[in-house]
Design a binder for this molecule. Structure first.
Ligand code: ZN
Length: 374
């Protein structure tokens, strides 16, 4: 692999960033209606020392901004004089969507993340994907792509990754992200295409669209730092290993549980995002409380995704439930008990939370941090 070269190299996209240089670039990937350039913000930190090239990206879906904050922090944090290798940081991939505060590329709702590796003569999204892929992604050794849930939902911190690929498996392990949903991904996804081309790429999913969630952002930044540490890219990095890890196969039972009635949703699960078969997940009721529909878990499961908007119509998703074993459930419970809420970012969830228990967990977490613990 290129990381084993003895000499530091310039990073070439269609310009060159020398070893020891950090450069912020506005890179043209398309044009506006006025014929002016659409530019994505990219930071290239080329280390003075040889090492691998890590690609980092966010907001390929324009309303997913937790990762944007992660990358702002990462781009600011690392000094090229100390870095071994290169960080290629694409802060916002879907600039038109980001500007419009929406997921897809306006106005034809194209998903850039289905258009990789892109084409020169294709749709707007496909042309943009091609520039990003050719200039940046394909020139790196591995990468992380930060996402959140779509609007009105939230998702627990987890990785989406093709765990059949050895490089991807290694990378997922390095991030220290506890939960991984394994699968190659849809055709045209950046992570799928890059991985098939020899640049293992992992999606990191965390939280809600259109907001900054500081605890999750801290976990995302830590995932990057863990990868730097594992690849000996930066001296003095602080590694945090997870309390447990779990890989869920794509063929594991998983399902969006949907509302059968319109109304108001009151979540009843919690405080931990695991439910036993038959346990009440939520209640959907009308305004007069004449009708209350209990929604219960069809199997023992982990709540990977959760509705954040409490108004539903029949067919709206309520929770994304993934089947787990008894053993998994106990491991998750034990881990959350040991580590507390803060580290897992579940604090922002809208599950039922016993105030006393929450206060105890928060106090424990503070104490652990003060002690300099894990
Ligand atoms: Zn996304």
């Amino acid at each position: 692999m290129s990381s084993h070269r003895d000499e530091p190299r310039p990073f070439r996209y269609d310009a060159e960033v020398d070893p020891g240089e950090k450069r912020h670039v506005d890179y043209e990937i398309g044009e506006t209606y006025l014929g002016k350039p659409v530019e994505i913000p990219v930071t290239i930190v080329n280390g003075e020392h040889p090492g691998p090239r890590l690609f980092l990206s966010a907001a390929i879906h324009g309303d997913e901004v937790n990762g944007v904050k992660v990358l702002q922090e990462v781009a600011d944090r690392y000094d090229p004089a100390k870095l071994h290798g290169t960080l290629v940081i694409a802060h916002v991939l879907n600039v038109p969507g980001y500007t419009a505060q929406q997921r897809y590329l306006p106005i034809y709702d194209q998903d850039i993340n289905r258009k990789f590796p892109g084409t020169e003569g294709g749709s707007t999204a496909s042309r943009m994907a091609k520039v990003v892929y050719d200039r940046f992604v394909s020139r790196c050794d591995f990468g992380l792509d930060f996402h959140t849930s779509t609007r009105n939902r939230m998702t627990v911190l987890h990785a989406r990754a093709d765990m059949d690929d050895e490089g991807v498996r290694r990378l997922v392990d390095q991030t220290g992200v506890q939960l991984t949903i394994s699968g190659a991904g849809a055709p045209g996804m950046m992570r799928r295409v890059a991985t098939e081309d020899g640049t293992p790429l992992v999606t990191v999913e965390m939280g809600e669209a259109n907001r900054f969630q500081p605890l999750l952002i801290d976990l995302g930044r830590q995932a990057v730092e863990n990868v730097l540490a594992a690849n000996e890219m930066y001296p003095g990095t602080e590694v945090r290993r997870p309390e447990f890890t779990k890989v869920l196969d794509t063929d594991a039972e998983k399902r969006w549980i949907r509302a059968d009635h319109g109304g108001l949703v009151e979540m009843k699960w919690g405080p931990l995002p695991v439910v036993d078969e038959g346990e009440t997940i939520c209640v959907v009721s009308d305004h007069f409380k004449r009708e209350q529909h209990v929604v219960s878990a069809p199997f023992d499961g982990f709540l990977v995704g959760i509705l954040a908007n409490p108004r539903v119509l029949p067919g709206h998703p309520l929770v994304h439930l993934v089947s787990i074993t008894d053993e998994d459930r106990e491991a998750i419970r034990a881990a959350y008990d040991r580590v507390g809420f803060l580290r897992h970012g579940t604090f922002h969830w809208m599950g039922r939370t016993d105030p006393e228990r929450l206060q105890r967990l928060l106090a424990e977490d503070d104490r652990r941090r003060a002690d300099g613990g894990t």
